[in-house]
Ligand binder design. Sequence first.
Ligand SMILES: [Zn+2]
Length: 392
Amino acid sequence: MDRSRSVRARPELFESREPVARTKVPGVDGPERLLELQRSAGNAAVSGLIARQRARTEERSMTLADFSQGVRRFGVTSVKTGTLEEQTQLLNTQFGAEDRLGDVLQNDIRAHNSPERRGGPGTHRPYASILAGFEDFERGMGGVPPVSEIWFFEFGFLPLTIQGQLRVRRGTMAAEFGGGKLALYKAAEAEATQKVIPVRRDRDRRPSRAERVTRDIGMRRIVSHELGHGMQELAYQRASEAADSRPELMARYRAQVGWVQRGARERLYDIRAPGVEEALAAGTEPDARFEITKENWDQGFREQPISKYSVTESFEDFGEAVMAYVQRPAVLQSRSPRRFAFVRELGALQPGDRGDRGGGGRRTGVRRGMTGGRHRLPASSLPGRSRASPRT
Ligand SMILES: [Zn+2]
């Protein structure tokens, strides 16, 4: 892929709500739940619960060879545990190209000789869960955007300016996507179980309960989110290849769910609250009570973000919406009908889908560039975009 066209997805610094059950007993919900069950249903129910939950949390093991073979179907030709030199190269070309972050890293190492900044091979390899994330995405979206390489590194790096000088620091991100390359860091393991989303709509200004997340499910969510960025990248690439007069992907998304640029930052409003859509369309300021922030995102708005992380910026909101569409469609539909509709428009024709569930004539369009999946995506999902980087 032409480097100038690549985007750098925002490094994933997932924020999430605390899981509801705080007492950690492997595979079960915690002692209180057990006691409650014992009281109400007896020991048979308890054993059943434990067995079910053990099965759910057990991770399948998979060899590197099987993993590499498995992702090959999605166009991934290289799976590697990266060296520091390879990470330097990637930082210079994909994950920080605008700053030549790889050179900054090498300068830092030479000047400060700080071993903790050296990165190095990644040790985490939940191969089965990562492959499952690709399969989930294919099932949900009808195909997978271009991913040519998967890299494992110990940790990622972020730019940092100290006294006017550009340096790097270790990031706590779980993953990054850029230029068709997916990087997974060791932090993904820990972050996976924090990738918690509500189980339903928030009501009466009270947050919905959130479910516990196994590492397997969490990794699949992380992969789905990153592949959502892959769809953004594909859209930008399409737009730069052909003069495309359709409104670009993220402009349409922002308008659909209530994002608006205000100075250097984006604000999110509850698009389904009275007068908001009209105000945004007219370029005027909606009622401030309907602004959604990280502090109030789960307080029962009409159109409800899927996670606190969604409220970071529209770019991440999109990744989270695609993730939820793939992993928890019913939850997304109930919380965020607008987001659900938007992603469904981009997404798959379900197997056996012959009818006219939206799309109409556009269905004959071919979504070039998606691999896997027997079903094609509507051409309407190929928006225009020419800006090289979505970062602000
Ligand atoms: Zn992201």
